[in-house]
Design a protein around this ligand. Sequence first.
Ligand code: ATP
Ligand code: MG
Length: 878
Amino acid sequence: MRANEIRISFLEFFAKRGHHLVPSSSLIPKDDPTLLFTNAGMNQFKNIFLGLEKRSYTRAATVQKCLRVSGKHNDLEQVGRTPKHHTFFEMLGNFSFGDYFKEQAISYAWELITEVFKLPPDRLYITIYQEDEEAFNIWNKKIGIDSSRIFRFGKKDNFWAMGDTGPCGPCSEIHYDQGEEVEKGSPFELIESGSDRFVELWNLVFMEKFQTEQGQLLPLPKPSIDTGMGLERMAAVLQGKKSNYETDLFQPIIEAISEESGREYPAGTEEDVYFRIIADHIRAITFLIGDGVNPSNEGRGYVLRRLIRRAYRRGNLLGLDKPFLYRLTSIVGDIMKKAYPELMTSLPYISRVCLAEEERFAHTLNSGLRYFEQFAEEAVTSGQKVISGDKVFKLYDTFGFPVDLTQELAREKNLDIDEAGFHRELEVQKERARQSWEGETRAKEKSFYQSLKSLRITPVFYEKEEVEETEVLALIKEGKLVDILKEGETGEVILSITPFYAESGGQVGDSGILKSSSFSGTVENTFAPLPGLIVHRLKVLSGELRPGQSLSAVVDSTRRKAISRNHTATHLLHASLRLILGDHVRQSGSLVSPRRLRFDFTHFVALSEEEIRQVEQLINEKIRENLPVITKVTTLEEGLAEGAMAIFEEKYGEKVRLVRVGDFSKELCGGIHVKNTGEIGFFKIISESSVAAGLRRIEAVTGEEAFNYVKELENLLSQLVRTLKVSSQELPARVDKLLKNLEEQEEEIRQLKQKLISQASQSPEITIKEISGVKLVAQKFEGLDMESLRNYADSLKQKVGSGVIVLASATDGRVLLVIAVSPDLTEKIQANKMIKEIAQVIGGGGGGRTDFAQAGGSKTENIDLALQKCFDFLHKNL
Ligand code: ATP
Ligand code: MG
């Protein structure tokens, strides 16, 4: 059975038994901040198990992408060393949400494994939780498994818990015996010790208890089932292999590595481990990038970076000294595309991200290794046998060596590293970065605003642009509360009710006017130093302002409209880019101002002209359709369930605001939008550029600004039309013609220069001498450039046949010098050696080959002396 058939028969088996088939969720958990990566099939159902969410079905089955490189489940160290542990793997699972329980789950598993997959029962062993008599009886009595093949284990192995509190329960595992030839011994002990002879195929978790914060175990009202079977392990067993790496899921990758490196697999040496690590990591790398992770120095991005660097270094050890992983991503694509068709569209992107990271690392690996050697030697000679934290940090910081790489290198030399010391250095650097970024004043500012948190402010910016009566709650000047702001002064004001939108989510803050019968001032900007604390930057135009005073507040409505046009356009842009470029496109930052919008997103290559045109066309179409923009407040779960795009870096509270533009775009967003897309009028991209590896930026304008932009282009065009005196249609042809003329004239100038040289060669300034039978031709010019000198030296050399040619020219206040030596003489006279001496005379430097060298210097007055030195040089050396 090929892996793909295993996936399909698993899903079919459970679909026939009333299970709802749910697609794999992303490797990046959607709304679980406690989890870096999806590491089990049950992750995406966690809220159902917790009773927080309901679905239309009570049974489900999945094939789930999993990654176990961090947190509670971290198998990184085992990868490559065991035949059955991977970083990335697929977990086949069936789930019951308060539907069937233990007996049914066990029967399903046994039926699938022995009747569909046809595994011989005498190869199978069962483990159960020591106190789970119910499970024992089902396996023993109902299924008919001899008690000698059912092993009881303790809490560590056979009791599962979601966390310190929450659902938990005993579990039961099905193990496969690979045979005595792998390892002899008692099955119980071998399973306990994790021997390669036994493969844990399937784990069935019986969620029947709930652990309270006080540590009590209460019965769950609706016991549930969560199971997980490793696809790679099942494939190995069904394909009669002892190792997952010999299955069709890995073989093509192994073969490609073998081809790239010219090494055999298996070779029975440590190199086999490198093969397996690369083959394992490349799958994780491909899927991580496919799910939107970019290599970086933090969080998920750092895990990806480490995987790429670990794999790259293993390639290095196999003799590969250039990027190669990026090519393997397409092989992973080939193997997995049937199950994950979305991979195909993102493969080019994935391979580019991978290549860029490989190149970055390849660049510093060698110099880093040199430093490492030096550090290692110092550690040995000092007798410490430990590489200190600051050195580990230097390798990390300067050469991008992940700590585990340094650790590995150290281990190879029987050395240790000071990991704690490294983390201290890292903290120091982080603190430094934070301070220089935030500045101490910022920190102080923050604590000042903290003291104003209790002010009760009613924001009405979604509903209104004007408030007739609002009260001054506080006045601030230069970071201090004040009692008065006088005419001409600038400060900050906090209002009881405000129609002003404070800068957030990329949208700039509102501006406008505050007014009463005795006072007027302009709000220049609005911001929220703390969530909910809306602060207006105010300039007092007339009168004075004191706390408690009543005012009217009016937002600059024209500006607000321009901002909202750009904000809605940003949503249209986001949705359009995903449609046109693919689902890997994700917002990574945005700025929405009245004049323009800026949108940063993940995508590797520059957009083609055609793609830009498509995006513009699609957005303008949506504008003409005059789609309604509808907002509603909902919970984060519901918003996500409705398919709204959420920005990963953004932090969402309990309640979120869902902004829907027709059926075209859904985003969680707190910003201000137009009512109908028609208000945007016209959308135009004005630039597309790169921000960082894998990050692009689009800037665009809408409405009146877009009109102005087109108008400006038109003006530019008419200016050109006037200068060149042709119609705009004829412009391209005209410019082509001008460029051609220019080229012809440049050629003419070149020829004239050449002529000048040949005339010069008949000038009296030429000196021809014979020194010890060697002909020397020396000549002085004015105003020739280096290229002309070189050309002339070449032609002279041909004319003279055997000899030394020295040409000098005083040009633009500098001396240019060229020396050519015919090939028969380079044994005795080397042009590059000779020019080094002469160059000193003209106050400069130079170099070249033995038969040809050039130099430049500033001492034009020494040009004759330089030629004289040439004679001297020949006298001395011949
Ligand atoms: P093991 O003890 O072998 O590491 P586990 O107890 O960590 O496995 P579970 O957390 O119960 O495994 O996961 C369910 C199933 O997923 C396992 O029975 C196994 O088939 C598979 N699995 C778990 N970890 C890995 C891994 N690192 N690589 C491949 N398959 C795995
Ligand atoms: Mg494990």
